[in-house]
Each structure stands twice: as C-alpha cells, then as structure tokens.
Design a protein around this ligand. Structure first.
Ligand SMILES: [Zn+2]
Length: 198
C-alpha cells in the first residue's frame, strides 16, 4: 500500500523511539493524521519547547531548565552525600523519597553488548567532583539488574582509592523492576538500607 512519503518519514521517526515497534509507529502516525491538526501540532510544539528549554547540568548531568540545576544550586542540600544514578529519571524517582543530598548522573551504564563503555559515562567528571567537593559518602544507585550491578562493581573499583565512604543501595527492589518504576517507599527503604562496600 502506497503511503505519502511524509507519513512514512513520520512513522520511521516514531519507530526510533524506545519501546515503539513498526506496528505502533504506524498506529501513532495515522492517529496523528486523524486528530485535529492543532492537537497533533501541540505534540510537535511540546517536543520543540522541551528540547529548547531543558539543559544538562554541567555539574551533575541532571536535566533542568537552568544550569547548574536546581539541586546543585540549592544551598539547603546535604553537599557531603552524593547519589550516583544512571539517568535523570532516577533523579526524579529519588527526589520523591525526600532524599536531600546531591546527585551524579552517569548518562547510562556500562553495556558492552550495546557498545557502551565506562568512557561513555560521566565517570571522569564524577572523579573531578570528588576532588573538588567536600563529599564524604558516595551511594551507588544504579539499577539492580546485571548491567547495573556490573556498573556499580566497576565504579566501586575506580572510587575505592578516593578515601570516602562508598555504599550500594540495598536489594529489595523487585526482580525485573527498575529504580525509575518502583514506588518511593521501596526506594526509601533501599536507600535507608544501603550497605558499605569494600
Ligand atoms: Zn546539577
């Protein structure tokens, strides 16, 4: 079946989004053609607005509308406690627990099969922060799956010589679940029950 080329282009763009396969991209593309034009363009405008306003914090790599981000710039936070997470979604998840320390966003995890090595993460800037800032404890809060654990293990090796308290969040996040998905009470417990490494 022939489709207008621009509709094909839209389908391909949608299919590149995580979790969207060919069938869903087709459904979404036709849906966007069926709704009132203003409604479809609202989505386009929201993407444009978010992309132009959201910044990557130059200190912690969290996303915010300002740089440094609101958390790094907040004088009320505990600046000695640093929670290391895979992405900005995990920052949002831990914020809902009432955590009051700082963060460092790795921008991913070590995943050799996907071609992501430790040099692709923000580990160099993390080490830089540990030298410059008065951090007494680093909590490793990567996801509790295979790659998240391997990333935490490698970080523990790298950070062991820094002479600070190094901890890992407790197990207790249900198997198969990720930090960004679980309820804040579970995350609260995982943080509370963190254990010393090394
Ligand atoms: Zn920040």
């Amino acid at each position: 079946m022939a489709r207008p080329a621009s509709l094909e282009t839209l389908m391909h763009a949608l299919a590149r989004l995580p979790g969207i396969g060919r069938v869903t991209s087709e459904r979404l593309a036709y849906h966007l053609m069926a709704v009132p034009e203003a409604e479809a363009l609202e989505l386009a405008a929201a993407i444009r607005e978010a992309r132009s306003r959201v910044r990557v914090c130059s200190i912690c790599a969290n996303l915010d509308s300002c740089d440094p981000c609101g958390i790094c710039g907040d004088p009320e936070r505990d600046r000695g406690l640093l929670l290391v997470v895979e992405g900005p979604r995990e920052v949002a998840a831990f914020e809902s627990t009432g955590y009051r320390g700082l963060y460092h966003v790795l921008q991913g995890r070590i995943a050799p099969l996907e071609g992501v090595g430790e040099e692709d993460l923000t580990i160099a800037s993390l080490r830089d922060r540990l030298r410059k800032e008065e951090i007494r404890e680093v909590v490793l809060a990567t996801d509790p799956d295979l790659e998240g654990e391997a990333t935490a293990h490698r970080l523990a090796e790298i950070l062991q010589k820094e002479g600070l308290r190094l901890t890992r969040i407790a197990r207790g996040i249900p198997a198969g679940a990720t930090i960004a998905q679980v309820q804040h009470t579970i995350l609260s417990d995982a943080l509370e029950g963190r254990r010393d490494l090394g």
